[in-house]
Design a binder for this molecule. Structure first.
Ligand code: SAM
Length: 273
């Protein structure tokens, strides 16, 4: 299947993101020029389960202030800022969508994290970093939009140091029937590239990874969707992903409940030679 890079970029582009965030922050009594990951917590983790998923994922890997982390498909950089702020590490983030990177850079400056968080536009399938640069490659809700999964995994493996960890949250298809669209990452099947979990696992192994954990995280996300949809936070990621986010998130929840999709939290190691 061919990559749909331009369509994916268009899917995640909603001009005016920063202006909407600033207006919402001001309305809530915050100074948009003076921010922190805590203030932005409900807004900036653009994946299933939000900040709670980021925390759980971080707890499964060993990040210290000496770690170099790469966030592949970093969105507006919320998880990258969380990791830098919490662990003191340096995080590089790369994302296909210029609108999100531009917004992320401004938010990073305003969180006073620009010395540790560096965001840039680029493609996960063509990572512009030397071999064996990172201790951790981090990836949340990105692979669903990428057809060339082997290319994604090969790139992550290449830039990891031996002994380094790749941590990823991503969906597979389940046995419960076809995906119901629209979902947060696609309005139809044209940019949706989910695969069965056994195929995903085999790809990790083919890329050279040793799988350390392969956790079905669907139930946590089903509950999170329920809470968020019944009582939406004031600072909502709708400002970034669109006003129709609730309908798409509800479908995502239903896909999980009905076993049409499964959400995985994966930790894999690039083995030392
Ligand atoms: C659901 S958002 C997740 C953003 C971020 N990981 C987070 O959790 O906050 C998916 C992101 O993947 C990015 N993306 C999709 N395909 C990509 C690719 N081939 N290379 C880089 N980024 C990609 C999109 O631009 C979008 O920002």
């Amino acid at each position: 299947m061919a990559e749909r890079t331009e369509d994916v970029q268009a899917h995640w582009t909603r001009p005016g993101v920063l202006a909407r965030i600033d207006a919402a922050l001001t309305e809530l009594g915050h100074d948009p020029q003076n921010l922190s990951p805590e203030i932005l917590a409900t807004l900036e983790h653009l994946h299933s389960g939000g900040l709670a998923t980021t925390r759980r994922q971080a707890n499964r890997i060993a990040v210290t202030e000496d770690s170099r982390v790469l966030d592949v498909g970093c969105g507006i950089g919320g998880p990258a800022r969380y990791l830098a702020h919490t662990y003191g590490c340096r995080v590089d983030g790369i994302d296909l969508t210029p609108e999100l990177i531009e917004t992320g850079r401004v938010l990073t400056e305003r969180c006073k994290l620009a010395d540790r968080v560096v965001l840039q536009v680029g493609n996960a399938l063509d990572l512009p970093y030397p071999d064996q640069t990172f201790d951790v490659v981090w990836c949340q809700n990105v692979a669903m939009n990428i057809s060339d999964k082997a290319g994604l995994l090969a790139g992550a493996y290449r830039v990891l140091k031996p002994g380094g960890l790749f941590t990823s949250t991503e969906y597979s298809v389940g046995a419960g029937g076809d995906i119901i669209f629209p979902v947060p990452w696609a309005y139809d099947s044209s940019i949706n590239f989910l695969e069965p979990a056994d195929v995903m696992r085999a790809r990790y192994q083919m890329a050279g990874f040793r799988i350390l954990e392969w956790v079905n995280y669907s139930n946590v996300v089903i509950e999170h969707y329920e809470k968020m949809l019944s009582s939406p936070p004031k600072l909502t990621n709708r400002l970034i992903v669109g006003d129709d986010a609730p309908e798409r998130q509800r479908n995502s929840q239903r896909n999980l409940i009905e076993g049409r999709a499964i959400y995985w939290m994966i930790t894999a190691e690039r083995p030392r030679l």
